[in-house]
Design a binder for this molecule. Structure first.
Ligand SMILES: [Zn+2]
Length: 131
């Protein structure tokens, strides 16, 4: 069941193209080199769509507010989310919900240009010295 769902999400989305689109999208920090205020590494994201259009049930619910979904629907959705996470991980990313609308799903990938701050500081310390 889960294996079938994984094959389906691999087929339903053009993952290599989504990765390219994410890499080309604006960085979570403007210059791709600093960590976010929360100390996270910068990331690039691409919008996948709404849960309402993507998930098998087409419904949004949470663990504590799920009266709108049947048990079989929830089971299919759980398998679908797991398959989406696995597909994203295959490309080094994750599936994130939107900050403003939790129905929005994004493929989020580490910034391709990010160098850890320690490296940037070390480079600045030897400014003017050819490497
Ligand atoms: Zn970046």
């Amino acid at each position: 069941m889960a294996r079938t769902q994984y094959a389906t999400v691999l087929r339903d989305f053009d993952w290599p193209r989504l990765v390219k689109m994410a890499d080309d999208s604006p960085c979570s920090v403007h210059d791709c080199v600093r960590q976010t205020m929360a100390g996270d590494s910068p990331r690039h994201s691409v919008y996948l769509g709404s849960v309402l259009g993507l998930s098998p049930s087409g419904k949004y619910y949470t663990g504590f507010a799920n009266g709108n979904v049947t048990r079989p629907e929830a089971k299919r959705d759980t398998a679908w989310y797991a398959a989406m996470d696995r597909a994203a991980e295959k490309y080094g990313g994750s599936i994130d919900s939107g900050e403003h609308d939790p129905c929005d799903l994004y493929l989020s990938l580490p910034c391709p240009n990010y160098k850890p701050a320690t490296f940037a500081v070390a480079a600045a310390d030897v400014d003017g010295v050819p490497s």
